[in-house]
Design a binder for this molecule. Structure first.
Ligand code: BEZ
Ligand code: FE
Length: 304
């Protein structure tokens, strides 16, 4: 009795080591969505080539299944282990690179990471986003411009970071105030933004799960250099997801998620100028991280 469906005989379509990918790809022929068909076909081709390369034992394949199961089970409302896996394997940065083949004028991009899971609260320019005061006080300021240098008034700047102990608010719900070190700001009429915060500290990505085990067995550390996350948006421009990294931070040369770009590193300067201090609503001397951001205009209708 045939188990191959009406009209089909076992033979050229039956599964073998040699034709494995072709047989599975043939089974995808009725996939209606052409993009999905392309993606699934490529997945099968690469996955079968991978398995043929490593020739796993049954026990090893079960280990792989158990690992992915553990990654899924570690996910919760405040923990995204699959994003971490993508990050430490460099896939997040590769997807970012593919999607940001932009003009050389625009600010470089980097990973969004798994901690932008709650909305940043709207805050006034100059507000202090450090609600727990854990860290060295610091002003974070810059200007948002278009690629031709024109300032972008009213551009939105979404900022989030870890505190002086290296933790995000969502990692310490019983310790940090909700929405600590998060803020959504509108730039002023000259595209400028400024806010008060603390100097971020380097930190380990959450490493008490399967991704941490993967790092450990590979002899890799889990750390990221000190950084502030930024998403900048302005009408008629491509939104930009990036970080500013703190000059001199440990791990700038070995970020565990491969996110560092030299162009994004800025010093923490100490400014002893009462006029600038007054503008930012702080006392002199004060620490300052300056980070100007350039956005690419979206192509007009005739250039798409
Ligand atoms: C972050 O920078 O928040 C981050 C990025 C990737 C993995 C873990 C954390
Ligand atoms: Fe981060």
């Amino acid at each position: 009795m045939t188990v191959h469906g009406p009209g089909a005989e076992p033979g050229e379509h039956s599964f073998s080591e040699e034709n494995s990918a072709r047989v599975v790809i043939e089974s995808l022929r009725n996939t209606r969505d052409e993009r999905l068909k392309y993606v699934l076909t490529s997945l099968v081709e690469h996955l079968h080539a991978f398995v043929k390369d490593i020739e796993p034992s049954h026990a090893e394949w079960q280990q792989a299944v158990d690992f992915l199961t553990a990654v899924g089970q570690k996910c919760s409302d405040t923990r995204q282990e699959f994003v971490l896996l993508s990050d430490v394997l460099g896939v997040s940065m590769l997807v970012d690179a593919i999607n940001n083949r932009r003009s050389t004028a625009a600010t470089d991009t980097t990973v969004v990471g798994p901690f932008h899971m709650v909305e940043s609260p709207r805050r006034e320019l100059g507000a202090n986003i450090s609600l727990d005061g854990n860290g060295e006080p610091c002003v974070f300021a810059g200007q948002i411009r278009s690629a031709d240098g024109t300032p972008l008034p009213g551009a939105l700047v979404d900022v989030w970071q870890a505190n002086g102990a290296g933790y995000y608010d969502v990692q310490q719900p019983d310790v940090q105030p909700e929405r600590n070190l998060r803020g959504l700001f509108s730039a002023d009429e000259r595209g400028r933004f400024w806010l008060r915060t603390v100097v971020p500290r380097y930190y380990p990505i959450p490493d008490d799960g399967p991704v941490g085990q993967l790092l450990a067995v590979s002899g890799r550390h889990p750390n990221r250099p000190a950084h502030i996350h930024v998403i900048a948006e302005a009408a008629g421009h491509a939104a930009l997801t990036t970080h500013v990294f703190v000059e001199g931070s440990p791990y700038l040369d070995s970020d565990t998620v491969f996110g560092v770009k030299r162009s994004l590193i800025r010093p923490v300067t100490v400014v002893d100028d009462p006029i600038r201090a007054e503008h930012y609503g702080v006392d002199a001397p004060f620490r300052l991280i300056e980070f100007d951001i350039v956005l690419d205009p979206l192509p007009g209708p005739d250039q798409r």
